[in-house]
Write a protein that binds this ligand. Structure first.
Ligand code: GFB
Length: 323
């Protein structure tokens, strides 16, 4: 059976299936003909509770697991709730990975984040610069939990011969994103701020920081496609593509923009005519985060959604569902 046919026939659990990333993975799985999806109600399973997770895995015995569940947020949320970020993400990773192994899951894909790399990593950041320098302080607790997730997968593979893989996505955006101005990431925050300023006839919009940090933005539908691509790579192919560590693969677009350029783009898409004001009292965070995506492109996958098109379609989604 081909890898794709194997996935279609399998019992698949998408952890975090109600979030932006998990719901995009579910849409993609359904689009390629996967019908055997295990999607428990949020109230029925708390992934930070080991006994609940063990009971769920023993009962459902998923063959494939996409581990997209996480406590996530932007620079403000990461800085203000560090205990929640490290605790919830460590608990989710240890519970799901250990219980998947105990229940005989054949393949698992753990989703991390580009903030696992050192604050001053070489740009673009290759997979092998993991653990080569200090992390960005605004999200160190979250990054440590994500690094632990990678190392859990790597260690279970080494000790138990499992086939647990990891992908590190760059900054994501798209439908089902969080548009709360305190806890969201920059792109949904800007869509909402510019939209509300336009509606109110305001003269300016405040953007946090200096506008000089650079970020790479990947549409969540592209990420979902990449996740299925990596999940269905033959085992030896994944192993050789991730040498020497055999630990993880970056997922990004290969291009970045400054926060100032992003603000201009969002202003244009929303149609706001006023000014952009940068407030340097807010932190900038990492000066630049651009992933080196050579390994994934070498395997045959690259992102297809242009940033302007992705921002426009996300704005349309926001208008329909959240405005
Ligand atoms: O998206 P963001 O919160 O996360 O911020 P990070 C990116 C940049 O946008 C920072 C600026 O320089 C912010 O100061 N920014 C400007 C804004 N205006 C706004 C705004 O209204 N809201 C927000 N949120 N930012 C996160 C990490 O870092 O990235 C997480 O904290 C995770 O751990 C995530 O890795 C992908 O890119 O700085």
């Amino acid at each position: 059976m081909s890898e794709a046919a194997g996935l279609r026939a399998a019992r698949i659990y998408v952890a975090g299936h109600r979030g932006m990333v998990g719901s995009a993975i579910v849409r993609r799985l359904e689009a390629v003909g996967c019908t055997n999806l295990i999607l428990p109600a949020r109230e029925a399973l708390d992934l930070t509770e080991h006994d609940q997770v063990r009971g769920f895995f023993q009962k459902e015995r998923p063959e494939y697991v996409f581990l997209a569940a996480a406590r996530v947020g932007g620079i403000y949320a990461n800085s203000h709730y560090p205990a929640d970020f490290i605790h919830a993400n460590l608990a989710i990773a240890t519970n799901v990975i250990q219980c998947a192994h105990a229940a005989g899951t054949s393949r698992l894909l753990f989703l991390g984040s580009s903030c696992i790399y050192p604050r001053l990593a070489p740009q673009p950041m290759p997979e092998e610069c993991l653990l080569t320098g200090p992390l960005e302080p605004t999200n160190e607790p979250y990054a440590i939990a994500k690094i632990a997730g990678i190392k859990l997968c790597e260690s279970f593979n080494r000790q138990h011969g499992t086939d647990f893989r990891s992908v590190m996505p760059t900054n994501l955006y798209g439908p089902e994103d969080n548009f709360d101005l305190q806890t969201s990431h920059v792109l949904p925050a800007m869509l909402r701020k510019f939209h509300e300023a336009k509606q109110a006839g305001a003269g300016s919009v405040e953007v946090w920081g200096t506008g000089t940090p650079r970020r790479e933005f990947l549409h969540v539908n592209d990420l979902a496609e990449a996740c299925l691509f990596v999940m269905t790579l033959p085992r030896e192919r994944y192993a050789s593509a991730t040498l020497p560590t055999r630990s993880h693969l970056n997922v990004g677009t290969g291009t970045d923009v400054s926060i100032g350029e992003l603000a201009e783009l969002v202003r244009e898409v929303v149609g706001f005519k006023g000014e952009i004001r940068f407030n340097a009292d807010y932190p900038d965070g990492a000066p630049r985060k651009l992933l080196d995506v050579a390994r994934l492109t070498g395997l045959g996958w690259c992102a297809s959604m242009a940033l302007k098109q992705g921002v426009a379609s996300t704005y349309a989604w926001y208008l329909r569902h959240r405005a």
